[in-house]
Write a protein that binds this ligand. Sequence first.
Ligand SMILES: [Zn+2]
Ligand SMILES: [Zn+2]
Length: 266
Amino acid sequence: MDQNFNLHTHTYRCQHAEGDIDDYCKFANKLGLQSLGFSDHTPLPDNRWPNVRMKLSELEDYCKKIDEAKEKYPNMRIYKGMECEYDQSYCSFYKEELLGKYELDYLIGSVHWFPYNSKWVNAWRSEAKPKYLLAYSQYIIKIMEAEIFKFIAHPDVFAAFYLEEDKNSLACAKDILSAAEALQIPLEINGYGFMKKEVKTGNGFRKMYPWHPFWQLASEYKIKAIVNSDAHKPTDVYGCIDDALKLAETYNLDVIDDPNLLWRNS
Ligand SMILES: [Zn+2]
Ligand SMILES: [Zn+2]
């Protein structure tokens, strides 16, 4: 284990993960992690995409269980967060409810769907069209500009629907990296991608993400990377973090080694 924290952890509440707060804490504690951040898929005020996230009615219990864990595991720093889809109309909920009333420590900006012509397109399953790449990059830049997210989860997930490395996908990567540099927002190398099945491209098989050309390009920008497991079950609380760190090392990326840096100046 080459890192002592993970800030991307789900619970059973999102309906596609296993285990509750204490199960993850127990396992993290056994591994000797110093910091653990919970970031389940956020409930949304308009109940959009209800099958892959917690319900609004579960928010209170989620927060309570994390607060209890903070007491129960004084040797670990435990953070209360949420993985968030973006829409302008959600901003007041994120700021006033999640960060305000519920006192969450952090929010992660994350794309699973992106808007195109007033419709939401699935980032894992859309057709490989350049117009979608453009919509994706414009959308993710808007998320960075919202200034409510501590980092962006799997920014390279467009490589899940656009399989080829060509001028379009490289331009998409560059647009995202330039914005991250200008706005100084860290980008996540997502460990969960290493656990997923491979996709077949014109250049052979590869993981959907992390997408190597993205991270290779990243080394040309002044950006910080953050490595997380994106755990969906307690035994994966550390998951493939070491694989993601190895990728970062390959491309000589500047990886955040102290999660508390994210909280400084805020
Ligand atoms: Zn998930
Ligand atoms: Zn996640």
